[in-house]
Design a protein around this ligand. Structure first.
Ligand SMILES: Nc1ncnc2c1ncn2[C@@H]1O[C@H](COP(=O)(O)OP(=O)(O)O)[C@@H](O)[C@H]1O
Ligand SMILES: CC(=O)N[C@@H](CCC(=O)OP(=O)(O)O)C(=O)O
Length: 299
């Protein structure tokens, strides 16, 4: 071991490392014990190296005393398995048309593959993940969305947060697939953004973070320099009404608004393609991507 008096003076690289660690302290203190719901979308899951960084970020949050929960998607992987089985994926208003065969594939892919891979990666990175779907512990009761010709697409009827509360209190990281059943046991396919928003609301989460494949909310989504960094619920509603927010971004903004109205403190739409985007969001004042807040929020 080097005697302290013989040690070289701290070099620039070490100084930088120490500064970064020291700057993290106020955020660790602010968010320790707080629940952070992260929706990890299939679009941001395509790159295996990035996926491992997302997982490390989640394990980091858990190790410093925060309570992360992952709600995952997996749309591209479902499409790929449907293709292997000769079934053409179909969508209506961004939601998958889910007949009985498609429902079986959705459940097999989300619960059997995507969920277990994420659980495995978290555990390999030193965390303790538990994979569940809406059916486990009566977490989510589903009801049909009831739109003509859309099949077994569901929406959340109720959330029972007790199982999640006991898992996060004991340091586990719940990893949730968004398949749930109704009172007859019929399975439904629910959009993962919607589920993440409802879970965040039911737990009074500190933050809802939606990881996707765009910088955040853009005024003009062909122009990256038009990123909207901060906005209120009212401004978010007007972006939908004026058509600035379109397609797959509509359910994201809607679930942010719904969760904020039910007490979540801040909702973030961030770019999962940026390495360590979760840490960049949580451990800096400026954050990244777009942050939507309720009117009572103080920066
Ligand atoms: N105003 C906007 N700002 C940014 N992206 C937008 C906007 N309006 C629509 N989009 C689209 O929404 C997409 C994200 O939704 P989606 O593809 O459903 O993501 P995920 O698979 O992560 O759930 C973006 O890639 C972008 O094409
Ligand atoms: C009803 C509906 O569309 N369900 C989605 C559920 C998965 C999901 O939301 O995945 P992403 O977040 O990767 O898009 C689907 O079947 O693709």
């Amino acid at each position: 071991m080097v005697n302290q008096r013989d040690r070289e003076p701290i070099n620039q690289e070490e100084a930088q490392r120490v500064r970064i660690l020291s700057e993290a302290l106020p955020y660790i203190q602010k968010f320790a014990g707080r629940t952070i719901v992260i929706k990890y979308g299939g679009a941001a899951m395509k790159d295996q190296a990035l996926k491992k960084q997302v997982i490390r970020d989640v394990v980091f949050l858990s190790c410093v005393g925060m309570r992360p929960i992952i709600v995952h998607g997996g749309g591209p992987e479902i499409n790929s398995w449907l293709g292997k089985l000769g079934i053409e994926p179909q969508f209506k208003n961004g939601l998958r048309v889910t007949d009985s065969d498609t429902m079986d594939v959705v459940e097999m892919v989300l619960v059997g593959r995507v969920n277990k891979e994420l659980v495995e990666l978290i555990n390999q990175a030193g965390g303790s993940a538990i994979g569940i779907c809406g059916r486990d512990g009566n977490l989510i009761s589903a009801r049909p969305r009831g739109e003509e010709g859309i099949g077994f697409v569901g929406e959340v009827s109720t959330i029972n947060p007790h199982l999640l509360e006991s898992l996060i209190k004991t340091g586990h990281v719940p990893v949730i697939s968004t398949v749930a059943s109704d009172e007859t046991g019929q399975a439904y396919n629910i959009n993962a953004d919607t589920v993440a928003g409802e879970i965040a609301a039911s737990l009074g989460a500190e933050k809802l973070i939606l990881l996707t494949d765009t910088l955040g909310l853009l005024k003009d989504y062909t122009d990256p320099s038009s990123l909207i960094t901060h906005l209120t619920i009212a401004e978010a509603r007007s972006l939908i009404a004026t058509g600035v927010v379109q397609g797959g971004m509509i359910p994201k903004v809607e679930c942010c608004i719904r969760s904020l109205a039910q007490g979540v403190r801040a909702a973030h739409i961030i770019d999962g393609r940026i390495p360590h985007s979760i840490l960049l969001e949580i451990f800096s004042d400026e954050g990244i991507g777009s942050m939507i807040v309720g009117s009572q929020y103080h920066y």
